[in-house]
Design a protein around this ligand. Structure first.
Ligand code: GLP
Length: 264
């Protein structure tokens, strides 16, 4: 796992945008995440799109997850959120941005259909991830199978509480979701997890330095040959080997080793 600890939120957004941009070309498949953490990266990419020749034409995108039961077009649905925060501001075709259909009558069929769509697209080249305070990625709550595929999940009360800020109150947060499984997520070519702020420090330490365990679903990144964690100093505060990760990064940039191969 490549650990990239940077001074602040802006630096995280810039570095994440650099990494994502390196995958953007016609035919690329991008895995997008919602939540507040990647917003800075999206804003940076929108700025690059407007001011330079960065074009997303011919790219496809898949979302990690979706609430169950929100009508399509609901402003808090993840499909609508990603459209508002990112994809309508760039030149990716709207029908090339897909998410699991949380409004389907048959949720199991919708989950399988989503898996098929990802496979038919040839898989995801780079998957952006945030992390929940309880260590979830997508909506794979603690206890999720490390080889799970897209399916229905019930939200942890901690996640309901964390996400209440996007709704009027916790009682309005849907309790069920469709989410890519951990097995689906690790099929992506590159996993790029972003974390900002002291509220994520425990989760970052657990995912990077704790055991590979369903109890911390994000620890599945340890299983992936190409995983990059980009976080700010506050989110890195609980890491035991923080000094080592900073030294690796410094040595690599001094010798421009990143161009050859990042350390896995
Ligand atoms: C939600 C999303 C996750 C996201 C997490 C953290 O639960 N399903 O994909 O990573 O929230 O969100 P935030 O970045 O707002 O802290």
């Amino acid at each position: 796992m490549e650990m990239v600890i940077l001074e602040d939120e802006q630096a995280v957004a810039r570095r994440a945008a650099d990494i994502l941009e390196s995958y953007v070309r016609p035919g690329a498949t991008l895995g997008l995440a919602t939540g507040s953490t990647p917003l800075g990266m999206y804003r940076d990419l929108i700025r690059r799109h407007r001011s330079s020749s960065l074009s997303f034409a011919g790219c496809r995108a898949f979302l990690l997850d979706e609430y169950v039961g929100l009508p399509s077009g609901h402003e808090q649905s993840y499909r609508e959120t990603i459209r508002r925060e990112f994809t309508r501001e760039i030149d990716i075709a709207d029908d090339q941005v897909l998410g699991p259909d949380g409004s389907a009558q048959d949720l199991w069929a919708a989950a399988q259909e989503y898996e098929r769509a990802i496979t038919d697209a040839g898989g995801v080249d780079i998957q952006v991830l945030g992390v929940g305070t309880d260590g979830h990625i997508g909506f794979n709550e603690p206890g999720s199978s490390l080889v799970s595929r897209t399916r229905l999940k019930t939200l942890h009360s901690q996640t309901v509480e964390d996400n209440a800020r996007f709704f009027g109150s916790a009682s309005e947060v849907p309790r069920h979701v469709l989410t890519q499984g951990l097995g689906t997520i690790v099929d992506a070519g590159h996993l790029l997890l972003l974390a900002i702020g002291p509220g994520k420090a425990q989760a970052v330490a657990a995912l990077a330095e704790g055991p590979l365990s369903a109890n911390c679903p994000a620890s599945v990144l340890q299983w992936h040959p190409r995983a990059t964690v980009v976080c700010d100093e506050a989110a890195a505060a609980d890491l035991r080997h923080g000094e080592y990760y900073r030294a690796v990064l410094q040595a690599a940039s001094a010798r421009q080793l990143r161009r050859v191969a990042p350390e896995g």
